[in-house]
Ligand binder design. Structure first.
Ligand code: AP5
Length: 216
């Protein structure tokens, strides 16, 4: 099964994709994670992407399209995948359609997490994660059980994403409205779009997404 999770920054795409990877055996492909790995490695792509990401803008289509074209041919993607953060422009969506049709494949479902954009600034600017194992936390919604100790691995070190400052989050939300929201009519026209309320509690969102995938 090939699925796209759509939604603005903070909608819960990464949180839900990690869960659905376990429950539905799909490989989670996050272009944000791929780009952050490129930045951390100091590669040519990473050097080009770093300042763009820190400003909250989109990295050029050509970079992302070639990254995904390569990634979906890897063995772990053969069992099906869940795209998180791609496509983000109509040009990326058209390229994805071409990549899949060349392999006589197609997208089974595109699921939009519908959220209140204003609430996303609080959601994202409170987010942090364990520097050692990556477990995710939030200043208000999800604190570690013991203050400053990771529930999963016991580490005391935590990190925040460079693009999670409130002013950058606003730029990212504007980029979503201007460049990514046009994908909603694009996929609606193809009859593959479903909507899920992303403001519901995390477990409820997972249950609703699971039902849509089970019916696909
Ligand atoms: P990327 O990493 O994809 O970031 P994003 O889309 O902005 O999404 P986030 O990771 O911030 O949010 P999310 O929806 O995954 O929410 P999460 O589950 O973490 O991209 C980063 C940058 O890379 C882009 O700005 C761009 O520069 C570049 N880029 C990436 N892909 C690109 C592309 N295709 N083209 C061009 N450039 C690209 O949840 C957020 C928080 O909310 C967490 O704390 C979580 O615990 C909490 N939460 C989640 N769900 C709920 C809920 N239901 N209730 C309460 N809290 C919740």
């Amino acid at each position: 099964m090939k699925v796209v999770l759509l939604g603005p920054p903070g909608a819960g795409k990464g949180t839900q994709a990690q869960r659905l990877q376990e429950t539905h055996g799909l490989t989670h492909l996050s272009t944000g994670d791929m780009l952050r790995a490129e930045v951390a490695s100091g590669s040519k792509i990473g050097k080009e992407a770093k300042s763009i990401m820190e400003r909250g803008e989109l990295v050029p289509d050509a970079v992302l399209i070639s990254m995904i074209a390569h990634r979906i041919t890897q063995p772990d993607a053969a069992k099906g995948f869940l795209l998180d953060g791609f496509p983000r422009t109509v040009a990326q969506a058209e390229a994805l359609d071409r990549m899949l049709s060349e392999r006589t494949q197609k997208l089974d479902r595109v699921i939009q997490l519908v959220v209140d954009n204003d609430a996303m600034v609080d959601r994202i600017s409170g987010r942090y994660s364990c520097a050692k194992c990556g477990a995710g936390y939030h200043d208000t919604f999800r604190k570690p059980k013991k203050p400053d100790v990771c529930d999963a691995c016991g580490s005391h070190e935590f990190v925040r994403r460079a693009d999670d400052k409130p002013e950058t989050v606003r730029t990212r939300l504007e980029a979503y409205d201007r460049q990514t929201a046009p994908l909603l009519p694009y996929y609606k026209g193809r009859g593959v779009l479903s909507e899920v309320d992303g403001m519901a509690p995390i477990d409820q969102v997972t249950t609703r997404l699971g039902k849509i995938l089970d019916a696909a």
